[in-house]
Ligand binder design. Structure first.
Ligand code: NAD
Length: 476
């Protein structure tokens, strides 16, 4: 049994009723277990964060920046252990586990720089009216609850933790019950760095623990990343207390391929957008819109590329794609295969769970999928790509935008003017042009419509943890 909750600077046993199994998805077997935090322990964590707030918010920006650089450095020192744990618990191929770690390191370093720039933002405001002065003061929002999912555990936590600490907030983090060991690293680093007790608290658990945190009246803000169904519950809890909330939710993103593309290059971008992390990405480009003039050349190449992906256990084989991370996700994806059969969809690749131990499915391609199919409209969260053909640019934009989600999109075209025009017309938070999904800490992350509220990364990520105050003085 693992000790797994970091409260008020101490590691404590969980006193909740849920026992959490930590699984190796490539084997479908548990390798650790822990007891969830109780509701009382969530209370203790929030109380510890509240107690630590006055001193932490008084630290100067360079002290907080030094602490964030310490997190980055310490992550680097744990490199091999963190890569292996992500491979084992998430089923990520090694190169993806490396990218996640590097992303988390870059995030802490980036917000260290932004923390150092904060004092300059507290400045006088020029007023047109005579007889008054005004100045801006940026203050930490206060005690923040951070609830995250399992698909990029190091990364989604870093995207919240680094700006929150940079702003001077204190934190209660609740990782996903599917990957509860990975974020313990942040508690271990806090220990190593001598972060004051209560500045960072980590409580593990399932829905009960999450609900106890999101509904806690000791929080000043809640930042949530996860599914739309839980996101709406989190929003209800926040609304009951009229408390700010940031939501990073699901997606059903489009990749638009125009007929002037190089076929092989387009196939590479499409495959990356649906097979990275076994398609368990909020940003998976799971709706392929392919122009009539290139569709007949592209689809067979795409089918071959998906069939040729090496699917296996990242710890023992050279693989392009690992298993799905949880049995629940595997069952969910399998249920969409069944729906596709019921709907009579044309399957060009995959469409089945693999007949081996662990939670594997084959990379899948359905073509000419009706626009009202559940597979076209719902987030599947697996390596399941649906394709439709289009004739004109206007039709591609209309089809891409015809979704209740609006997270990201990819546009592939040799005509860069057109690509930029289409990017501008897409109702999403981030567009890639002729690229894999490269994510940079300087650019924002977040979506429109049902994909959420607010933005992470860049200066926008820091703003989410800052409160703007103005002090106006009458000179008379
Ligand atoms: P989930 O909503 O099931 O769980 C997310 C977190 O919420 C977990 O820590 C979970 O324990 C907790 N939780 C569960 N019930 C709760 C409740 N009633 N109250 C409070 N917290 C509760 O999501 P998941 O399956 O872990 O992750 C997959 C989802 O996350 C997908 O929909 C994906 O698109 C989304 N996601 C979005 C982004 C983004 O940036 N937009 C990034 C990653 C994942």
């Amino acid at each position: 049994m693992t000790t797994s909750h970091y409260i008020a600077g101490r590691w404590v046993e969980g006193q909740g009723s849920d026992c959490i199994s930590v699984n190796d998805p490539a084997l479908g077997l548990p390798f650790a277990e822990l007891m969830a935090a109780s509701v009382a322990q969530v209370d203790q964590a929030v109380a510890a964060a509240r107690e630590a707030l006055p001193a932490w918010k008084q630290t100067n920006a360079s002290q907080r920046a030094a602490c964030l650089r310490g997190f980055a450095e310490q992550l680097g020192q744990r490199r091999e252990a963190l890569i292996t744990l992500q491979m084992r618990n998430n089923g990520k191929p090694r190169h993806e586990a490396e990218i996640d770690l590097d992303d988390a390191i870059a995030t802490f370093n980036y917000y260290a720089d932004l923390a150092e720039q904060l004092p300059q933002k507290n400045c006088d405001v020029p007023l047109a009216a005579p007889g008054f002065t005004a100045r801006t003061r940026l203050e930490p929002v206060g005690v923040v609850g951070l609830i995250v999912p399992w698909n990029f555990p190091l990364v989604t936590s870093a995207w919240k933790l680094a700006p929150a600490l940079a702003a001077g907030c204190t934190v209660v983090l609740k990782p996903s019950e599917v990957t509860p060991l990975i974020e313990q690293t942040y508690g271990q680093i806090a220990d190593t760095l001598g972060l004051p007790a209560g500045v960072l608290n980590i409580v593990n658990g399932k829905a009960e623990t999450g609900a106890a945190l999101s509904g806690h009246n000791g929080l000043d803000k809640l930042s949530f990343t996860g599914s739309n169904s839980v996101g709406s519950q989190v929003m209800r809890s926040a609304s009951a207390q009229c408390r700010p909330v940031t939501l990073e939710l699901g997606g059903k993103s489009a990749i638009v391929v125009f007929d002037d593309c190089d076929v092989e290059q387009a196939v590479e971008w499409i495959v990356a957008g649906i097979s990275w992390n076994a398609g368990q990405m909020c940003s998976a480009t799971s709706r392929l819109l392919v122009q009539d003039g290139i569709a007949d050349a592209l689809l067979p190449r795409l089918q071959a590329a998906l069939d040729n992906l090496r699917v296996g256990n990242p710890l023992s084989e050279e693989v392009d794609m690992g298993p799905l991370t949880s049995q629940a996700q595997w069952l969910k994806v399998a249920s969409y295969f069944a729906t596709a059969r019921e709907e009579g969809l044309q399957c060009l690749a995959g469409g089945k769970a693999l007949d081996r131990d662990g939670w594997f499915v084959s990379p899948t391609l359905y073509v000419d999928v009706p626009a009202d199919s559940r597979l076209w409209t719902e987030e599947i969260f697996g390596p399941v790509l649906c394709a439709r053909r289009f004739a004109t640019e206007a039709q591609a934009i209309a089809e891409a935008n015809d979704s209740r989600f609006g997270l990201v999109a990819t546009v592939c075209s040799a005509d860069l003017e057109r690509a930029e025009r289409v990017a501008d017309a897409l109702e999403v938070g981030h567009v890639w042009i002729n690229s894999v999904q490269a994510v940079f800490v300087e650019t924002s992350w977040g979506g429109t419509k049902g994909s959420g509220i607010g933005r992470e990364l860049g200066p926008w990520g820091l703003s989410g943890y800052l409160s703007v105050k103005h002090v106006t003085r009458c000179l008379g």
